[in-house]
Design a protein around this ligand. Structure first.
Ligand SMILES: [Zn+2]
Length: 214
C-alpha cells in the first residue's frame, strides 16, 4: 500500500485535488516551513519546494486528515484570525493525529517522521511563547495545551519535557490535563454522539461548550 492507494480509497467518495504551491505563494496559502501543507475546502495544498520524501509525507498527512474525517472523526471548521479558531485547529489535531499516524503507517506503509519532526518544534516554540510575558487570550492558551497534548501522545519520550512547560501557565495546564482525561477516551469507531459527549466534557472543564465551537 502507498500514497496512491490512499488517494484511490479517498477518491472513491470524492475526487481530491492536490495543489503544489510555489514558495512565493506560500504565505497567501497559509503555508510555512513548520506547516508545509494544509487542507482547505476539501483541497490539499502542499509546498512544492520540499525534498521529495518530505513532500510525499506532507501530502499523505493531509490525505490522512480527510481519511479519518471520512471514517467519522469529528472536525470543527476553523476560519482564520480569531483565538477560538486556533483552539479549533489544535482540537482537530488532538482528535485526529494519533489515528492518522497509525493508519498511514499500518495501512499505507507511509512514515510520519517528517510531521513529527516539525511538530516536535512546537515544544520549544510553546516554551518561548509562555516565557515572553505577553498576555494571551484563554482560547490561545487552551490551544497550546491541546498542541502539547497532541505532541506528548504522538512522540515517545516527550511527556516529561512537556509536563515541565505546562506549569508555566494555568490555562495551558488546564487544557493539557483535561485533554489527557477526556480526549484520550476517543476511539476511531466511536459514534459521533459519543464523540460530542466526550468533547463536551473536555470543553466544560475549560468553561466552554460545544456551542462555542459552532
Ligand atoms: Zn495534521
Amino acid at each position: 500500500m502507498s500514497i496512491s492507494d490512499l488517494k484511490k480509497e479517498l477518491n472513491q467518495s470524492k475526487q481530491i485535488e492536490v495543489i503544489y504551491v510555489e514558495k512565493s505563494k506560500a504565505k497567501e496559502n497559509w503555508l510555512t516551513e513548520e506547516s508545509p501543507a494544509n487542507v482547505r475546502d476539501g483541497k490539499i495544498y502542499v509546498l512544492d519546494d520540499l525534498p521529495d520524501e518530505n513532500k510525499l509525507q506532507a501530502e499523505a498527512h493531509e490525505l490522512g486528515h480527510l481519511y479519518v474525517e471520512q471514517l467519522g472523526v469529528l472536525k470543527f471548521d476553523p476560519e482564520y484570525g480569531e483565538p477560538i479558531d486556533y483552539l479549533k485547529l489544535e482540537l482537530n489535531n488532538a482528535l485526529s493525529h494519533r489515528f492518522i499516524i497509525d493508519i498511514l503507517n499500518e495501512k499505507f506503509n507511509i512514515s510520519s517522521d517528517y510531521h513529527l519532526h516539525l511538530r516536535r518544534k512546537g515544544i520549544d516554540n510553546t516554551k518561548e511563547i509562555l516565557q515572553d510575558n505577553d498576555e494571551y487570550e484563554k482560547e490561545i492558551l487552551f490551544g497550546l495545551g491541546l498542541k502539547l497534548f497532541d505532541i506528548s501522545i504522538t512522540i515517545p519520550d516527550t511527556e516529561e519535557e512537556i509536563e515541565k512547560i505546562i506549569h508555566f501557565n494555568k490555562d495551558v495546564s488546564l487544557a493539557y490535563e483535561a485533554a489527557k482525561t477526556y480526549l484520550m477516551q476517543m476511539k476511531l469507531d466511536m459514534p459521533s454522539e459519543e464523540q460530542r459527549q466526550i468533547i463536551g466534557n473536555f470543553l466544560e472543564k475549560l468553561g466552554l461548550s460545544l456551542e462555542h465551537l459552532s
